[in-house]
Design a protein around this ligand. Structure first.
Ligand SMILES: Nc1nc2c(c(=O)[nH]1)N[C@H]1C(S)=C(S)[C@@H](COP(=O)(O)OP(=O)(O)OC[C@H]3O[C@@H](n4cnc5c(N)ncnc54)[C@H](O)[C@@H]3O)O[C@H]1N2
Ligand code: MOO
Length: 405
């Protein structure tokens, strides 16, 4: 008897509120890409560290150019060259200029930069043909990042931009959350491995690869722990072992109400607390989700598309949260259907499709195969759209709430 049924948001919340980030570890900047910050990082050094030139040209004092015209240019004496990486200790005097290269520090006293193309120059002079304003073509110290600013807060993914910001502060040790490792268990007397000979009634295991691939796409590592027979004790033992070694366990199969569906009984036998035993959506309603020794255990449908629906809407956000990520929920958008969806939806229905952004709006191209047991239903899927329960057929051009997967 199923008594713990919820909409997918509530089911997800039930699991999320019982899970949190693993401990932290300190790693080098070299290894930081793709990891998640375990504490706020503030800036030590201004970026840039000094006022600098954005151009190859000449630096000078703006007031020297007050009367410069095309006909009567101002002629300044070039006293020095400052390439990037060099530094001039001299203060610039009126009537003089320095040749300066992109990225080089502006010398003391200089207040403007002109690019080569606007000047006429020789080795020891430069002519300027119009007046310049104070700070023309000067990148100011701290303009990009100010010392004391927050580089990124706890729970942020170190993507290439954040990695760059961290790198701007020198070779620092970075505190990140430990990486979760996920165990995958398949279930079913009918399920065989791809190396095995196909016999009548048997099927090849597709779910383990769909799950491990979807995890890998988000940089989560998983290990396939094998396929159990439809046997309550065997499944319970696999779950008990798995929660000692892994930070989350995902199983498929055996969550319905048939004679050979043992997931819930096995989870209970292993000592798990069951938090959800049904989700009000199609596909993906059949599931059994719980916690054992603080480790989330997800029993998903054996049907491939049903399993992946629950995976993206419920399981992945929980795994993201365990990994320390602050933004763990799937991104919500609105999409327009590219064709009629003719069936009425008694339950909340999750449609799969791809996104076409070429016409300036998010158009969802419905996958032609939507069945809960179909492997093809997930092909090219980028977005899950939600048809609310009780809806009739949905017309082409209708707007639906959707989630990016
Ligand atoms: N009397 C009822 N029967 C069913 C109901 C129901 O409400 N009442 N719900 C149906 C729905 S909806 C779903 S979804 C499935 C859920 O089934 P199970 O989670 O118990 O999964 P199995 O029966 O073990 O398998 C279902 C299907 O998937 C195939 N399978 C299993 N594992 C794999 C794998 N690793 N790779 C590929 N395919 C797999 C399996 O052979 C079955 O065909 O229950 C309905 N029944
Ligand atoms: O429960 Mo099934 O998972 O609706 O497709």
């Amino acid at each position: 008897m199923k008594t713990l049924g919820y909409d997918f948001q509530t089911a997800r919340e039930k699991m999320l509120e019982r899970c949190s980030g693993l401990g932290s570890e300190t790693i080098s900047l070299e290894k930081a890409y793709g990891r998640i910050l375990a504490k706020d990082v503030t800036v030590k050094y201004d970026v840039p560290l000094f006022d600098k030139s954005p151009l190859d040209g000449y630096a000078f004092i703006d007031s020297d150019t007050l009367n410069a015209t095309k006909e009567q240019p101002v002629n300044l004496t070039v006293v020095e060259e400052i390439p990037a990486g060099a530094y001039s200790g001299r203060e610039l005097k009126p009537g003089t200029a320095v040749k300066i290269l992109t990225g080089a520090p502006i010398p003391a006293g200089a207040t403007a930069v002109a690019k080569y193309e606007e000047t006429e120059f020789g080795t020891d002079y430069v002519k300027l043909f119009h007046p310049y304003q104070k700070m023309d073509n000067i990148i100011l110290k701290g303009e990009d990042i100010n010392a004391g600013d927050l580089v990124a807060c706890e729970g942020t993914l170190i993507d290439s931009a954040v990695h760059g910001k961290l790198a701007s502060q020198g070779n620092c040790a970075i505190e990140v959350y430990k990486l979760p490792l996920i165990g995958i268990i398949s279930q079913g007397n009918e399920v065989i491995g791809s190396e095995e000979e196909l016999r009548p009634g048997k099927i090849y295991n597709t779910n383990r690869f769909m799950l491990s691939g979807a995890l890998k796409k988000e940089d989560f590592s998983s290990i396939y722990l094998g396929t159990s027979r439809d046997d309550e004790v065997e499944i319970a033992n696999m779950i008990s072992d798995a929660v000692c070694m892994y930070d989350a366990v995902i199983m498929t199969g055996g969550v319905s109400v048939g004679t050979y569906d043992f997931t819930e009984a096995a989870m209970k036998r292993a000592g798990a607390e069951i938090l959800v035993d049904k989700i009000f959506m199609k596909p993906g309603s059949s599931c059994c989700l719980g916690i054992l020794n603080g480790v989330p255990v997800f029993g998903l449908s054996g049907n491939p598309s049903a399993a992946m629906t629950t995976f993206y809407l419920v399981v992945l956000p929980v795994i993201r949260k365990i990994s320390g990520l602050k933004n763990y929920l799937p991104k919500k958008i609105r999409v327009r259907l590219n064709e009629d969806f003719k069936k009425a939806s008694k339950n909340t229905r999750i449609l799969k499709g791809s996104l076409d952004l070429s016409q300036g709006t998010a158009i969802m191209k419905l996958n032609q195969k939507q069945g809960n047991g179909m492997v093809s239903a997930m092909q090219d899927a980028e977005v899950f759209a939600v048809i609310p329960s009780g809806s009739g057929p949905v017309d082409k051009g209708s707007w639906l709430e959707a989630y990016l997967i």
